[in-house]
Design a protein around this ligand. Structure first.
Ligand code: ATP
Length: 338
């Protein structure tokens, strides 16, 4: 059902290689035998509803949770037998905020740099460079408690990059941010991927985030990957454009249009959704046929499919736009990770 063809060149060690990775909590299987490969330089998205297993997956890849079975490597380091190697080569930005509000941005960065034992001069240079990259250089001496949500997230990303990781994990990077701030953050994420060549793996339940940012998207539901490809290929895989026809008699519309050239047809709340290639060319014929058969319609619209349509196609459900989980911190505590 899914394809796993990375876009990037062959030869180099993949940034991440996951083979049949599974995590159970007692009898509950949160991640169920997933496999994929992420090439260096990709932005890779794990898209799925709350509880799908996204955080559990990146918790295993960042060595914070031990897998129940399966294997994975990050930058060539095994996540079970070479935890130190993995940790040195990754940066992580959690769902929940972990900045010190009573320190300035610079002090937060500096503290983190000291933890990683980055020598003074290098540390200062990198802090300045990264704060410039995320557009916070002018506010670097202000206390974090005066920062907006978007500024805090940018600072967390800058901090996650201080030890120059090759791979950055972002867990729901724009959760709770307003659309404009989200847009800005997307630009920063793209910029650091372009300018620094950092491989980024992010989790999200926002379709437009996966669509806009990710080179490839794995759609994850109930702990399994149901589809994996570029957003464009995923959208075309479900059979073309989406035509929505509202009618007092949806059954008649379905009977009329259920033809071999239609790749999918279903009814939701009195509206019939038809999927077909090159819908624009077919619309006049569809409208004529509907009228000739005496069927009333109240509206007709055509649109390109979204990742929401893809999710619906592969799972039979819509992604629920709920607020994200608050479990992350609890899960990310080093002490309780076994
Ligand atoms: N420590 C734990 N003990 C028991 N069950 C857990 C634990 N951590 C996660 N789960 C369960 O595993 C499933 C997957 O959780 P996970 O946090 O990976 O989902 P998610 O896709 O990241 O969603 P969210 O965005 O809500 O975090 C959920 O049903 C969750 O309740």
């Amino acid at each position: 059902m899914h394809t796993d063809t990375p876009r990037y060149g062959a030869g180099a060690v993949p940034a991440i290689r996951v083979n049949n990775l599974t995590k159970s909590f007692d009898d509950f299987v949160a991640v169920d035998g997933i496999s994929f490969t992420i090439e260096s330089g990709e932005i890779f998205g794990l898209l799925g509803p709350n509880g799908a297993g996204k955080t559990t997956t990146i918790s295993m890849l960042s060595t914070m949770l031990t897998p129940t079975s399966g294997t994975a490597t990050v930058n060539g380091h095994d996540i079970v037998t070479d935890e130190d190697g993995v940790r040195k080569s990754i940066g992580i930005v959690f769902q929940d905020q972990s900045l010190d509000e009573e320190l300035t941005a610079y002090e937060n960065m500096d503290f983190h740099g000291r933890l990683y034992r980055i020598p003074g001069e290098v540390r200062r240079k990198r802090i300045d460079e990264l704060l410039t990259l995320v557009g916070l250089e002018d506010r670097k001496d202000d206390l974090v408690k005066t920062y907006s949500g978007g500024m805090r997230r940018r600072l967390e990303i800058a901090r996650g990059l201080l030890h120059e990781p090759k791979v950055l994990f972002l867990d729901e990077p724009t959760l709770g941010l307003d659309p404009q701030t989200r847009n800005h953050l997307w630009e920063y994420i793209e910029q650091l991927n372009n300018e620094k060549g950092i491989t980024i793996i992010l989790t999200t339940h926002y379709m437009e985030e996966a669509d806009r940012l990710c080179d490839r998207v794995a759609i994850i539901d109930h702990g399994t990957i149901v589809a994996l490809d570029t957003a464009e290929n995923l959208k075309s895989s479900i059979g073309g454009d989406v035509v929505t026809i509202a009618s007092p008699n949806p059954d008649a519309v379905i009977n009329l249009l259920a033809a071999p050239w239609v790749s999918g047809i279903e009814e939701h709340d009195g509206s019939v959704t038809v999927r077909l290639q090159d819908a624009d060319r077919h619309i006049p014929g569809i409208v004529t046929a509907i009228h000739q058969n005496g069927i009333d319609i109240t509206s007709l619209s055509v649109r390109k499919p979204t990742l929401e349509d893809v999710f619906l196609h592969y799972t039979g459900r819509t992604i629920r736009e709920e607020t994200g989980s608050r479990k992350a911190m609890q899960m990310f505590r080093w002490a309780g990770r076994r």
